[in-house]
Every structure is written in structure tokens, then in C-alpha cells.
Design a protein around this ligand. Structure first.
Ligand code: DC
Length: 223
């Protein structure tokens, strides 16, 4: 079977999840938010008192965790061991700890196994950091979405404001820079542009312009 698989990678705040969700909707594909999976493991570690520095315990925890992603008309839902945690995984505490957790190779191996299984029998739009380079190296289309760090900090601040958090844009920018650096320099499957990816610079573009551009790139593959 020739399934359409779209990998969308890029740094924090580049708009990957908003864009990936809309592309999936337009093309009738399953959307998989891999960042949400790393966030769910981080949330579980924080709420069960597992140290984010204890790699062995984090791997054990990841292997004993059930994560479900549900794309519903009411919205995208994340279930951690059967409990809805869609909002909880986006708190500043989880955001601050997630890079550390996602740098642990054993945690990644477990989540990558789940991600590949999701793309096994369905067309997907999967977003993350290592989708085109590691998780789905044979994806039909690979996009690397990026924007200036100031623009990304502005978008993240707006998003957090809308969800009721009072935030300082400078702090958000510093956190984004710290995470970009952490995610790009880790040893195992770092954030990187796949050699066959199309880089889409989104500064100054609307979400819909970006979505339309990506959908247009899939045309040769769906005709
Ligand atoms: O996209 P996001 O901000 O929800 O991702 C949260 C963190 O998870 C991010 O700092 C890096 C990590 N991540 C990763 O290492 N690999 C992925 N495929 C997705 C996310």
C-alpha cells in the first residue's frame, strides 16, 4: 500500500502543530503530535516524583506508560494511562522539563516504536523534531518549518495568553532558545533538517498560507 506520510519538523514555536493539524484535516490523514508524547512522559515523571535526571527510571516509566492520541471533532486529546491530560501537558513546568526527558535514548526508542506503529497502516501527518531524519525516513514529504526566534516567542506568548497564563515574552524567548539548543545538540536523533526536506520559513506568512503551500506540495503524490 502506498500511504501518504508527511513529516513536519522544526524548532519550538514554529507553528508545527497548528499547521500539521490543518494539513491532516484537509487531506483526510491522521495527525500525530509526537511532542505531546514526550510531554506526557514528562508530566507523569513530575507527578510521580521521578527525577528528570534519573534516566533509568525515566525509561522504566516510559515502558510502563500507555499514551493515546485521539483526533476528535471537539479537538485533539491526549490520554495518559487513560486520563485526559491535553491541557496539563502544556504547563510551563512540563515545558521546562521536556527537553531533558526527550534526550534520554531509551525514552525515545519507546516512543518512536509507538509513532512508527501509528504510521504503519494509515496515512499520517506527524510533527516533531526527528520525524524526517529518524522516525519516518521514507516519508512522502518532509517539511522543516521555521521562523525567527522573536516571531516564535511572540506566537508562543500569544498562545499561552489565550490559555490564561500571564507570560513574559523575553522569558519565553529565552526558554525557546534553551530548548532549541538542547534539542539540536543531544546525541540521539537531534533536531536537524533532513537532507531531502523542504525548508519553509514562516515569518510573515499566515497559517493558511503555510498550510496551502504544504498541501500544494503533496499534489504530485496524490494524483
Ligand atoms: O513540539 P513540542 O514543544 O510539544 O515538543 C516538546 C519537546 O519534546 C521539545 O522540546 C523536544 C521534544 N521532542 C522531541 O525531542 N522529538 C520529537 N519528535 C518531538 C518533541
Amino acid at each position: 500500500m502506498n500511504l501518504l506520510t508527511i513529516a513536519i519538523d522544526g524548532p519550538a514555536g514554529a507553528g508545527k502543530s497548528t499547521v500539521a493539524k490543518l494539513v491532516a484535516e484537509k487531506l483526510g490523514l491522521l495527525y500525530v503530535d509526537t511532542g505531546a508524547m514526550y510531554r506526557a512522559i514528562t508530566l507523569k515523571a513530575l507527578s510521580t516524583g521521578v527525577s528528570l535526571k534519573d534516566a533509568d527510571s525515566l525509561v522504566k516509566l516510559a515502558n510502563q506508560t500507555h499514551i493515546e492520541l485521539r483526533d476528535r471533532t471537539e479537538g485533539y486529546e491526549i490520554l495518559l494511562d487513560g486520563k485526559l491530560v491535553t491541557g496539563e501537558i502544556r504547563t510551563p513546568e512540563v515545558t521546562a522539563g521536556v527537553s531533558e526527558v526527550s534526550a534520554v535514548p531509551g525514552v525515545r526508542l519507546r516512543l518512536v516504536e509507538l509513532q512508527r506503529a501509528m504510521a504503519d497502516d494509515r496515512g499520517v501527518v506527524m510533527d516533531g523534531r526527528d520525524i524526517g531524519t529518524y522516525v519516518l525516513p521514507r516519508a512522502t514529504l518532509k517539511i522543516f518549518l521555521t521562523a525567527s526566534v522573536e516571531e516564535r516567542a511572540r506566537r508562543r506568548s500569544e498562545d499561552l495568553n489565550q490559555r490564561g497564563y500571564t507570560v513574559n515574552q523575553q522569558e519565553i524567548q529565552a526558554d525557546i532558545e534553551r530548548r532549541d539548543n538542547y534539542d539540536s545538540t543531544r546525541e540521539f536523533a537531534p533536531l536537524a533538517v533532513a537532507t531531502d526536506a523542504v525548508v519553509v520559513e514562516t515569518t510573515g506568512l499566515t497559517v493558511h498560507q503555510v498550510v496551502d503551500r504544504i498541501v500544494a506540495m503533496t499534489r504530485p503524490h496524490v494524483l
